[in-house]
Design a protein around this ligand. Structure first.
Ligand SMILES: Cc1cc2nc3c(=O)[nH]c(=O)nc-3n(C[C@H](O)[C@H](O)[C@H](O)COP(=O)(O)OP(=O)(O)OC[C@H]3O[C@@H](n4cnc5c(N)ncnc54)[C@H](O)[C@@H]3O)c2cc1C
Length: 445
């Protein structure tokens, strides 16, 4: 290994966040030692000890210093601290020479989920030289699932990370450049747009596609902050195997909750689903699979029930939770109702699967219209220009716009539309610029 700092990553098999951590270091050209703890109790204990008791993978170390799991690593990447620790801070400067010049791109795409990568494939093919910024979740939400059974073209199904990696390869083949980083601001009161990343890199761009998706929600209940990563998780496929033979609680009533609960039956003694209403929001396909597991005694459904506190310690993990239940649903809205029953419930792990918040903070101040939850509003409707926002040159695609369908294939469809809309926009821009140059030249004559 070269004289770069020593990077060690503890991983496990079937762990999307481990893949993300490895991808991050790969994308920086940094070599690392990988220790896969799956099935190796001694190595697992070593990881837990070095990671101050945390039972979650990955765990990253640089020169023996604990950097942390994926969230910590990506947060440090966001601030540029990771590059400083790796001694590569200067290499990642947008212009690199400190003279104030910034790199210009016809198109910057925020996000490498399905929408962003599809847009990158189309924009690359149209010679629009897209720069694609990965964000804090490279590959997007689909990297969190091992089984995508409904993406057309894969009759046997395909794993999320594999599908995303195939798309990345395809985008690169057509000339797209993928860059690690998070878009911090887009300044829309100037043309070209000024796009700044959280690590300080600055670019200008004629057009921006916001394909920044949505992030997992948390509940904000007592115990959540302390126990996240210590038995409380938002990713069953990442952390489920660490709590083998425990009773596990999944919170939520949509597709993700049903899929996570079904997946966890591989490891759990019993999986409990706590849902605040009587009816699930999930597709019938997932509800049917959950009901099969209920009949087999592997899942128990707790309807009209909400989680109000998680108890435990970082040393011992989750010990139990406090739940409230009321037959009329939404029990936390009815805490004063004598029919609301509060009770303690023993579980060894808790998985939150309660939906997503759109990632649109970086567009605040641009004048782009968003709904109350922060989802982008685009033109929609028929014909061209469906992905335009009300700020010319800023387009939206995927889950950051689509609060309703939120599927990989719909995100891909919107990604392709956004790239086609951008192509038309850039052509119009070029025509307008050359017309004004011709006018200026005529005026000089
Ligand atoms: C567990 C799970 C299982 C699923 N299973 C299926 C399935 O089987 N079939 C299916 O069709 N759908 C499934 N989905 C839904 C599907 O994953 C999403 O609909 C799809 O990923 C949306 O793609 P997207 O590109 O719009 O957004 P995302 O996948 O959310 O990607 C957003 C991207 O934007 C980046 N980003 C965020 N903020 C910024 C920023 N400020 N700057 C730059 N980049 C940023 C992120 O890092 C990420 O790369 C599943 C979702 C989950 C969570």
């Amino acid at each position: 290994m070269s004289d770069q700092p020593r990077v060690e990553i503890y991983t496990k098999t079937d762990c999307p966040y481990c893949e993300k951590a490895k991808d991050l270091f790969d994308s920086k050209g940094i070599e690392y030692e990988e220790y896969n703890v799956t099935g190796d109790d001694e190595l697992f204990e070593e990881m837990v000890e070095r990671a101050d008791g945390r039972k979650t993978a990955p765990e990253v170390f640089i020169d023996d210093e604990l950097i942390g799991g994926w969230d910590d690593t990506s947060a440090r990447n966001e601030t540029g601290e990771l590059d400083e620790k790796l001694d590569i801070a200067d290499e990642n400067d947008s212009d690199g020479d400190g003279d104030g010049n910034v790199e210009h791109r016809p198109l910057i795409i925020a996000g490498t989920g399905i929408a962003g990568l599809t847009a990158a494939i189309y924009a690359g093919r149209s010679n629009n030289d897209p720069l694609v910024i990965e964000g804090d979740e490279p590959g997007g939400q689909l990297t969190l699932t091992t089984d995508v059974a409904n993406y057309p073209g894969f009759p046997e199904g395909i794993s999320g990370p594999e599908l995303v990696n195939n798309m990345k390869e395809q985008a690169k083949q057509f000339g797209a450049e993928l860059k690690n980083g998070i878009v911090d601001t887009v300044e829309a009161d100037q043309r070209p747009f000024r796009v700044e990343l959280t690590n300080g890199d600055v670019y200008t761009a004629d057009a921006v596609i916001a394909a920044s998706g949505a992030s997992a929600r948390t509940l904000g209940v007592p115990g959540e902050d302390d126990l996240m990563g210590y038995g409380l998780s938002t990713c069953a496929t990442c952390d489920g195997a660490f709590f083998r033979d425990e009773d596990m609680l999944v919170v939520g009533g949509g597709d993700a909750a049903m899929e996570e609960a079904t997946f966890l039956t591989k490891f759990a003694d019993t999986v409990y689903i706590a849902h605040r209403r009587e009816e699930f929001r999930a597709e019938d396909y997932w509800i049917d699979r959950v009901h099969e597991k209920v009949e087999e005694g592997e899942i128990t459904i707790m309807k009209n029930t909400e989680l109000v506190e998680v108890h435990g310690s970082q040393e011992g993990g989750v010990d139990h939770v406090t739940l409230v239940e009321n037959d009329q649903g939404h029990p936390t809205d009815r805490l004063d109702d004598p029919e609301t029953n509060e009770f303690e419930f023993d579980v060894g792990a808790v998985f939150l699967a309660i939906g997503h918040t759109p990632n649109t903070e970086y567009l605040e101040g641009t004048g782009v219209t968003m709904d109350d939850e922060g989802y982008l509003r685009t033109q929609g409707g028929d014909g061209g220009g469906q992905t335009e926002t009300d700020v010319p040159g800023i387009f939206g695609a995927g889950d950051v716009v689509d609060y309703h369908y939120q599927q990989a294939v719909t995100a891909a469809g919107m990604g392709s539309k956004a790239a086609l809309d951008v192509d038309e926009y850039l052509e119009d821009l070029e025509r307008a610029e050359s017309a004004s140059e011709t006018e200026a030249a005529a005026a000089d004559d």
